[in-house]
Ligand binder design. Structure first.
Ligand code: NDP
Length: 254
């Protein structure tokens, strides 16, 4: 059965990787999905095509997050597209997935500019997106923040990434309390090493050790994480809010 028929969703950074799999999963359940991308319009359009071929509904919105006015631009585009397709601007599901990553440098080598960029995209943009979405999300809506399994661990090369995701987890916690009166749930999903199709994951010297992190001894697939997000977006997850769901294949089991 399609659990999200008649619902609308925005997934940031859904031109590829986990965001793309999430957009596909939400659309398969019947949601009209706004696929947000930063630069790769082609990949976003390709994903819209895949969803439509599958009988689903989607459209692309492109805005580079972390730049001045980006969130306002995103919502202007989103509202216009929603109005055209549904006659209104209700947004039932917001998935904050887009993120900037550190090159994996030693902590001492991260520049102030890199730090600012990572916080602008990974923490400030989701905060502004949630703020703006509040006017559009009806009672019973859903917010899912894609955090990272690095937040409860110590991984020095990932320190700035983890700091930004720690801030995102705080967004989850405080807005879950703030929005409970409207039956809106807010949760974090924490992926572990997930093969997003990027070049680094195809290098055997990287892929080998990364695969060993999970208790199942393989890399995560974008769909492994997307299924968790789709569940949280459904009515079945109505009693879960303010939670951090590990979607890392037991990476913390040692
Ligand atoms: P990818 O690197 O494969 O894709 C990132 C997506 O975010 C792309 O769609 C990209 O769009 C978009 N994006 C990045 N920066 C910006 C920006 N400034 N403005 C707008 N869009 C932007 O991501 P993953 O699938 O690997 O990761 C998805 C989420 O999961 C992220 O939050 C990440 O931190 C988290 N995660 C991933 C892990 C992994 O191993 N893959 C591990 C732990 C957490 P475009 O290319 O069009 O610019």
């Amino acid at each position: 059965p399609s659990t999200l028929n008649g619902k609308t969703a925005l997934v940031t950074g859904s031109s590829r990787g986990i965001g793309r799999a999430t957009a596909l999963g939400l659309a398969r359940e019947g949601a009209l999905v706004a696929l947000h991308y930063g630069r790769d319009r082609h990949a976003a359009q390709e994903t819209v095509g895949l969803i439509e071929k599958d009988g689903g509904q989607a459209f692309a919105v492109g805005v580079e997050l972390g730049t001045p006015g980006a969130v306002d631009q995103l919502f202007d585009q989103l509202k216009a597209e929603l109005r055209e397709r549904t006659g209104e601007t209700a947004l039932d599901i917001l998935v904050n997935n887009a993120a900037a990553t550190t090159p994996g440098d030693a902590p001492g080598e991260v520049s102030a500019e890199q730090f600012d960029k990572i916080f602008a995209v990974n923490a400030k943009a989701p905060f502004l997106l949630v703020q703006r979405a509040l006017g559009l999300i009806p009672n019973g809506g859903r917010i899912v923040n894609i955090s990272s399994a690095v937040t409860p661990m110590a991984m020095p090369p990932q320190v700035v990434q983890a700091m930004s995701k720690g801030a995102l987890d705080q967004l989850t916690l405080h807005f879950a309390r703030h929005l409970a009166s409207r039956w809106i749930t807010v949760n974090s999903v924490l992926p572990g090493a997930t093969d997003n199709g990027g070049a680094a994951f195809q290098v055997p010297e990287v892929r080998g050790p990364m695969s060993q992190l999970s208790a199942f001894k393989r890399l995560g697939k974008p769909e492994d994480v997307a299924e968790v997000v789709v569940f949280l977006a459904s009515d079945r997850a109505r009693w879960i809010t303010g939670a951090s769901l590990d979607a890392a294949g037991g990476s913390r089991l040692g």
